[in-house]
Design a protein around this ligand. Sequence first.
Ligand SMILES: *Cc1c(COP(=O)(O)O)cnc(C)c1O
Length: 374
Amino acid sequence: MKQRDYSDLAAPGVRELMPYLPGKPISELEREYGVTDSIKLASNENPLGASPLAIEAARAELDDVWLYPDANGFHLKQALAKKHGVPVEAITLGNGSNDVLVFLAQAFLQPGLEAVFSQYAFAVYPIATQMVGAKANIAPALPADHATMPLGHDLRGLFHRVGNDTRLVFVANPNNPTGTWLSGERLKDFVGSLPPHVICVVDEAYTEYAESDTLGDASTWLEEFPNLVVTRTFSKAYGLAGLRVGYALSNPGIADMLNRVRPAFNVNAPALAAARAALDDHEFIAETRRVNSEGMRQLSEGFEKLGLTVIPSAANFLLVGFNRSGAELNEALLKRGVIVRPVGNYGLDNYLRITIGTRKQNERLLAALSEILQ
Ligand SMILES: *Cc1c(COP(=O)(O)O)cnc(C)c1O
């Protein structure tokens, strides 16, 4: 095909955009490296798979896929409203929570306006901000030698960046790719300190993994703060990353704006049914949490034995620091059939983000790393 560069015709925000870098799929690794039996600890997926109840519900929907899905997601919204004790008008469904993060940018940002977030915050925040031509105002993270929360969010730094042009503040709790977190108490004070023209987005993609109630549940603060948005996903603990379902909870006035930019059929029928069923699978979530906390202990001990730096995490992954390039280590791991996530795109060159797997997967990763580091 004839080559032609179209960047000059693209909107300025799009021209400068750095695309999201996904974890390498297993099939791609096996094609490119000629390895088999590989494992993926790169995208914070649930190593136990999906909730069996969710899979059954998705399958049952397949007979009806010639019909458009319910654009209002009635059954899922009813269940979510009950779970969180909010009216259905407070809910915006997304094709993954990535979708609702983009709706927030589309609805509330434009050239001349700003989003504030932390250095090392989730990569979708800068993408969503830039794509609509708004400015990312980034607060430096806590230093790598910080006593309790190295590389974590600095709430005071975030607060100082908020100004007249700020419309959104993104805070992931816990954060990806660092795994670091904020206590619910401190985060709640922060939300309460923001002026009314600023919407605070608390991204709770990993909240099901938190082992204590330290992080709090921002969805319980919605009554108090009309400018709060809480996002959740079925991609992580619920194990439905491939189906793409997430949601935002907010004041109905904010949800109204988000639903105006939302494509009508953004969540497909099997996904709606699976998410609805997954909410009732308490056993699956309990087992997921158990495997994760055991794996967290296993990997942390293993990494420390290898003399590596482990950033504290409240999620289902660990950010691990090395005294050499993460990209090179990643390459060596790929050759051994282990996919992890290099985070050079976040400015974390000497780190790897590693999803906590099953006991066996964790053993395999530790063995490969120890061989490489010898
Ligand atoms: C994975 C992740 C999401 C969203 O993922 P979806 O699959 O789009 O729901 C959102 N925020 C953070 C911090 C994440 O790590």
